[in-house]
Design a protein around this ligand. Structure first.
Ligand code: 13P
Length: 244
C-alpha cells in the first residue's frame, strides 16, 4: 500500500480572513488521493476560523509554533493546550525563522517537542543549515547537533523537515543527491543515537509544483513543507492533485 505523503502548507504571517476562506474553499473542492495528508498551518488568529471551514473535509490543521510551557507569564505566546483545543493535530517547531527572529535555541525546541507530545499534538521538527555552513561542508555536523539537542530519546513516530535556510524563499533548491545525503544521514543518526526508526522525512525550501514531483520521486521524501507556493491556489492545487 502506498505510504502517506504529507503536504504541509506553512502560510507563515500571510493571508487575511477573506483570502484564507477563499483558499480553503478551493482546497476543499479538490479531489485528492487518500494517501495525501493535506495539512494547513495558518497564523494563530486564523486557526479558529480555519477549524470551522475545514469541517467535513480531508484537510488537517497545524500550528506554526507553540510555547514550551502549557501556561504562564509569556506575553504574546500561545499554548499548546489551546492549539489542541482548536483542532490542530500538528505543530511546526524549530523553524529557522523562529530560531533567527525569536532567538530560539535547540533546548527551547526540545521542550516544545516534549509539551506537544504530552498533549498528543504531532511535532514537525525543522532542521537545516545556513549557506555558509553548506559552503564550509559542515552542514551535517550542524544538523546532527540540532537533532541531538532537539529530539528526545525513543520517540514514537518522528516528522523531520529538512529546510536549508539558503533555500527558503530564494528559488534555490539543493540537488537530488544533496537531499538524499541529508535524509539518509539524519535517519542513520536518529536510529543510532535516539533509537528512532519510524521517521517521516520532509523537504522544505522553494518547493513548487514544478520541482516537487522530482524531489518526491527521486529523493523518496515523505512530503514537503511549503511556504510561498502554499499561498498560491494553482501551485498548491497542482501539488495536491499529484498522483502519489
Ligand atoms: P518557501 O517554500 O517559501 O521557500 O518556504 C519554505 C518554508 O520555510 C516552509 O516552512
Amino acid at each position: 500500500m502506498a505510504q502517506n505523503t504529507l503536504i504541509v502548507s506553512n502560510w507563515k504571517m500571510n493571508l487575511n480572513l477573506i483570502s484564507a476562506k477563499k483558499l480553503i474553499s478551493k482546497l476543499k473542492a479538490l479531489k485528492i488521493s487518500k494517501n495525501i495528508k493535506n495539512i494547513v498551518c495558518p497564523q494563530y488568529l486564523l486557526i479558529p476560523h480555519v477549524k470551522d471551514l475545514i469541517k467535513s473535509s480531508q484537510i488537517l490543521l497545524g500550528a506554526q509554533d507553540c510555547h514550551f510551557e502549557e501556561k504562564g507569564p509569556y506575553t504574546g505566546d500561545s499554548s499548546i493546550v489551546l492549539i489542541k483545543e482548536f483542532g490542530c493535530k500538528y505543530v511546526i517547531v524549530g523553524h529557522s525563522e523562529r530560531r533567527a527572529f525569536h532567538k530560539e535555541e535547540n533546548l527551547h525546541i526540545r521542550n516544545k517537542i516534549d509539551i506537544a507530545i504530552k498533549n498528543s499534538v504531532i511535532p514537525i521538527v525543522c532542521v537545516g543549515e545556513s549557506y555558509l555552513l553548506r559552503q564550509k561542508g559542515s552542514y551535517l555536523k550542524f544538523i546532527f547537533k540540532q537533532l541531538d539537542e532537539c529530539i528526545p530519546k525513543k520517540m514514537g513516530q518522528l516528522i523531520v523537515a529538512y529546510e536549508p535556510i539558503w533555500s527558503i524563499g530564494t528559488g534555490l533548491v539543493p540537488s537530488v543527491d544533496d537531499i538524499i545525503e541529508v535524509k539518509e544521514s539524519c535517519k542513520g543518526f536518529l536510529k543510532k543515537n535516539k533509537k528512532i526508526e519510524d521517521i517521516k522525512f520532509l523537504y522544505g525550501g522553494s518547493v513548487n509544483s514544478k520541482n516537487f514531483f522530482e524531489i518526491r520521486e527521486k529523493c523518496k521524501v515523505d512530503g514537503a513543507l511549503i511556504g510561498g507556493a502554499s499561498l498560491l491556489e494553482k501551485e498548491i492545487s497542482n501539488i495536491l492533485k499529484g498522483d502519489f
